[in-house]
Design a protein around this ligand. Structure first.
Ligand code: HEM
Length: 520
């Protein structure tokens, strides 16, 4: 007996007892192997892995949960930004994942190069409802280029301008709903419906009519499905989770497919009868043939792309417009300048402006070198997109094995550079958290590199002209027609962005007093 009153440890006796109880022995062996494997795994990941020399949070060196948990909590973008501030320009945030924060790496990750970083299939494969490819989720360069070529003509600014006779009546309807609502009015819902109506008109060639209370369920199917797209890609088993959020998305998918299919069939039927209206985006797409194969998009591809336009093109524009109105209203001097500029360009408060009327407010005046006399609306929009662009989020790519931002990154490593971080670089954008439209009077090379609300390179936003046109038209029409005043109930906390892939005001409540313009 030892001092504690226990018999001394006898290895031979213990081993003999294990041989007499094989089940216990197997269990013990399994536990020991597991512990050895776990210790070996952690030692390898932390000290011997090819990414071991990059700094970063300790958990991230050996577990994906480091990035998964902030995503599930809707805190992915702000958490990643905080890591960049804490650890520097290159951070190892996952076992096989690097987060870049400097502008040098932007072109290496997202730019047009002979050895590009392609989209991460684990992330993007969930962005399809039928399994067919669309322009957002096509991973391979050749396949993506084929779809993009077929779509790009329809999305060129010249074509987008031609859609105005179809868009403006929808926008007018949106204004009517806002104006006729009891005041003050939460503009979130009518503007959300309006952008969904606009994008459905262009994508399916038939408006949802959300503003009139139609197709609300169908628009929600698209939203529900989108909520778990990225999660589905990374964890295919997520659909088994019995939470309402996930199960709503699972139920919505077949309904969305059925709805989209019927809309495409309806479009085909109208096309055959010559009943499709002019300025139809979908008509342009259907007419496009691949210059290599001579083939157009298949009906399944048409459907997939139409759904992606709805998902990518509504909440993004909505969020940008809401933040612009909020920032302008909370900066009275900026509001006075912007309203004056718009009312001078659009003197008739009863007419809805055409884009051509206000376009000069969005372009630099090259004959006028005095910065302070540059168009102000453009600066206000750029500054809104810098601070509140709706997709400054994780857009993961895979390194093919190359130098990125001055570091060699092995093939297969997941890489990303957040626009959220480059948009807040204090050396490029002094006083980065303040809303300062005038900073866009003097655009430096660094600002051009850092600023990418629509991303950059071959996978940048195909809808950027449409986004700009509809936001500029709405801002111009709102300030030309109305005296707007933010209601006191709207607090900065309510405007903090919810982060669900698209960032938009979390409270979904942005209340304004909207009165017809007082002056003549
Ligand atoms: C202010 C509004 C918008 C912003 C800030 C925005 C931003 C972006 C960004 C950052 C990307 C890159 C996504 C990635 O790499 O995964 C993107 C891609 C895309 N956007 Fe937008 N977007 C806006 C509006 C629109 C609109 C109105 C549409 C169409 C109706 C649209 C359709 C798309 C599509 C289809 C892609 C995928 C392009 C590709 O991979 O080739 N977006 N957008």
């Amino acid at each position: 007996m030892n001092q504690a009153g226990r018999p001394p440890f006898d290895l031979e006796v213990n081993l003999r007892s294990l041989t007499n109880h094989p089940a216990q022995a197997i269990f013990l062996l399994a536990i020991i192997s597991l512990v050895v494997y776990a210790v070996g795994y952690v030692v390898y990941q932390v000290w011997l892995h090819p990414l071991a020399n990059f700094p970063g949070p300790f958990l991230g060196k050996f577990t994906e949960w480091n990035t998964i948990l902030p995503s599930v909590r809707g805190e992915s973008t702000r958490t990643r930004h905080a890591w960049s501030l804490e650890y520097g320009d290159v951070v190892r945030i996952g076992p096989n994942e690097l987060l870049f924060g400097g502008i040098e790496s932007v072109k290496d990750i997202y730019g047009q190069t002979s050895n590009p970083c392609l989209k991460d299939p684990d992330f993007y494969r969930g962005f399809t409802v039928t399994g067919a490819n669309n322009v957002l989720n096509a991973m391979e360069r050749v396949e993506h280029a084929r779809i993009r070529r077929l779509l790009s003509h329809a999305f060129a600014m010249a074509e987008i301008k031609k859609t105005q006779p179809r868009l403006i009546p929808i926008m007018e309807r949106g204004l009517d709903v806002i104006e006729s609502s009891p005041q003050p009015v939460n503009v979130y819902d009518p503007l959300n419906h309006m952008f969904l109506d606009v994008v459905s008109e262009l994508s399916f060639d038939k408006c949802f009519n959300n503003l009139q209370g139609e197709c609300i369920r169908e628009a929600k199917y698209a939203d529900d499905v989108q909520n778990i797209s990225a999660l589905r890609g990374m964890f295919p088993f997520v659909e088994w989770l019995p939470t309402t959020y996930v199960q709503d998305a699972v139920k919505a998918r077949p309904r969305l497919i059925q709805f989209a299919r019927s809309r495409i069939e309806d479009f085909r039927a109208r096309l055959e009868k010559g009943k499709v209206k002019e300025g139809s985006l979908l008509k342009r797409v259907v007419e496009s043939k691949d210059e290599r194969t001579g083939e157009p998009l298949t009906d399944l591809e048409l459907m997939e792309n139409a759904i992606i336009f709805i998902q990518a093109g509504s909440e993004t524009s909505l969020s940008t417009l809401l933040y612009l109105l909020y920032e302008v209203d909370t900066h009275p001097d900026i509001k006075a300048r912007l309203v004056k500029e718009i009312r001078e360009a659009v003197p008739n408060k009863h007419a809805f402006p055409l884009f051509e009327t206000v376009e000069q407010l969005t372009q630099k005046n090259l004959t006028q070198p005095v910065p302070s006399s540059q168009p102000f609306l453009n600066n206000v929009l750029e500054e809104t997109l810098r601070l509140h662009g709706p997709i400054p989020v994780n857009l993961p790519r895979i390194s093919p094995g190359k130098m990125i931002g001055g570091h060699y990154v092995p093939a297969g490593t997941r890489v990303c550079n957040l626009a959220y971080t480059t948009h807040r670089n204090p050396e490029i954008f002094p006083d980065p958290d303040s809303f300062v439209p005038d900073r866009w009077d003097n655009v430096t090379t660094e600002m051009k590199l850092a600023y990418r609300p629509f991303s950059t390179g071959p996978r940048n936003c195909i809808g950027l002209h449409l986004a700009r046109l509809q936001i500029i038209l709405m801002v111009s029409a709102l300030y030309a027609r109305y005296d707007l005043q933010l209601d006191k109930s709207v607090t900065p906390e309510m405007m903090i962005a919810a982060d669900r892939g698209v960032m938009s005001p979390n409270a979904k409540t942005v209340t304004f007093h909207v009165k017809p313009r007082a002056d003549s």
